[in-house]
Each structure stands twice: as structure tokens, then as C-alpha cells.
Ligand binder design. Structure first.
Ligand code: ZN
Length: 179
């Protein structure tokens, strides 16, 4: 017993070494390489709603829509469409689609009037660049109604689609509220 008490001071270096060892192990533990971050592979799929939202967010280039309308149709000589309201370009594309559904994708609809022809009614939407006429007489009689109805259905209440009959039979489409 005497011996131990006498040599108690020897414990001090042992403690010191033990503490140093502990600190060393701690440092070592923090030294481990940081695990590489690997992002989870998530499959990216659109829901229909997301995709439509994305389309609506895209910078809108109405000039391209107008060019497309001219490219997908023929225009009767003298037809003036250059000041057409942007919404009418979009409506025109929808109408072309209706012709395609009924007549096949090779069919090229003919626009017979925009803001031109001086014989529309004075208050006609044609003179506000908010109406367009499409030729319909070259569509078989039993298919004309289908195009007119489909067009009205697609365009909704912001537009009015009329099947003007008689000598000057055609499909007329106009915007209901211009502003
Ligand atoms: Zn018209």
C-alpha cells in the first residue's frame, strides 16, 4: 500500500496519455472522408396539369402563331390578316384542327376574309381584326355541321362560330368580347 501511495504521481502521465489518445481518436473520427453526395435518382415525369402550366409559362411568341396560321391555310387574294388580334390567330389554329379532324391532315383550309372585304356589316368584328371567314363549301355537305360544332366547342364562349348559309356560304368566327 505504501508503495502505491508513494508512486501515485506516476498516474499523472498515464492520465495525460489516455486524454491525448482520446483527443487523437476524436480528431481521427472527424477526419473521415465526407461521404459523397449522390442525389436520389427521381424519375421526372409531367402530370398533364404541370405540362400545361409549363406551356403557359413559356415566353409567348404570338408572331409564330400568326405565321403558323398563314402556313397552314391558303388565303383568298386580298384577304388582310396582318392586324388580326392574337387571340384570333390561336382560334384560327383551332379551326384548322377541326378541318383536319373531319377532312384529314392534308386538307388546307382557305381563309376567305379577315379585315378586308367592304361588304360586311359596318359594326362587323371583321373591321376590328376580330373575325375571320373560312371556306366551307368544298367540305361535303354532311360534314360541314361537324366542323362548325367542333369549332364552337373547342373555342368556348369567348368566340362565336357561325355557319353562314346561302349564296355566300362560309364559316365565320369572331371574338365575343374584344377587351
Ligand atoms: Zn365573317
Amino acid at each position: 500500500m505504501q508503495f502505491f501511495v508513494k508512486h501515485l504521481y506516476l498516474l499523472a502521465p498515464i492520465f495525460a496519455i489516455a486524454i491525448l489518445g482520446g483527443v487523437y481518436l476524436l480528431i481521427k473520427a472527424n477526419d473521415r472522408p465526407i461521404p459523397k453526395y449522390e442525389p436520389k435518382q427521381v424519375e421526372e415525369t409531367w402530370s398533364a396539369e404541370e405540362y400545361v402550366r409549363h406551356l403557359n409559362l413559356k415566353p409567348f411568341n404570338q408572331g409564330e402563331v400568326h405565321k403558323l396560321l398563314l402556313k397552314r391555310t391558303r388565303q383568298k387574294p386580298g384577304v388582310y390578316l396582318e392586324s388580326l388580334l392574337p387571340a384570333m390567330d390561336t382560334a384560327g389554329i383551332e379551326i384548322i384542327h377541326c378541318y383536319h379532324v373531319v377532312m384529314g391532315d392534308d386538307y388546307v383550309p382557305v381563309i376567305t376574309s379577315g379585315n378586308d372585304y367592304p361588304y360586311h356589316l359596318r359594326e362587323s368584328k371583321h373591321y376590328q381584326n376580330a373575325a375571320m371567314d373560312f371556306r366551307i363549301v368544298d367540305v361535303p355537305l354532311n360534314k360541314r355541321r361537324k366542323i362548325v360544332e367542333m369549332a364552337q366547342d373547342k373555342l368556348g364562349h369567348r368566340f362565336k362560330v357561325l355557319w353562314e348559309k346561302g349564296e355566300m356560304e362560309h364559316l365565320h368566327v369572331e371574338m365575343v368580347n374584344i377587351d
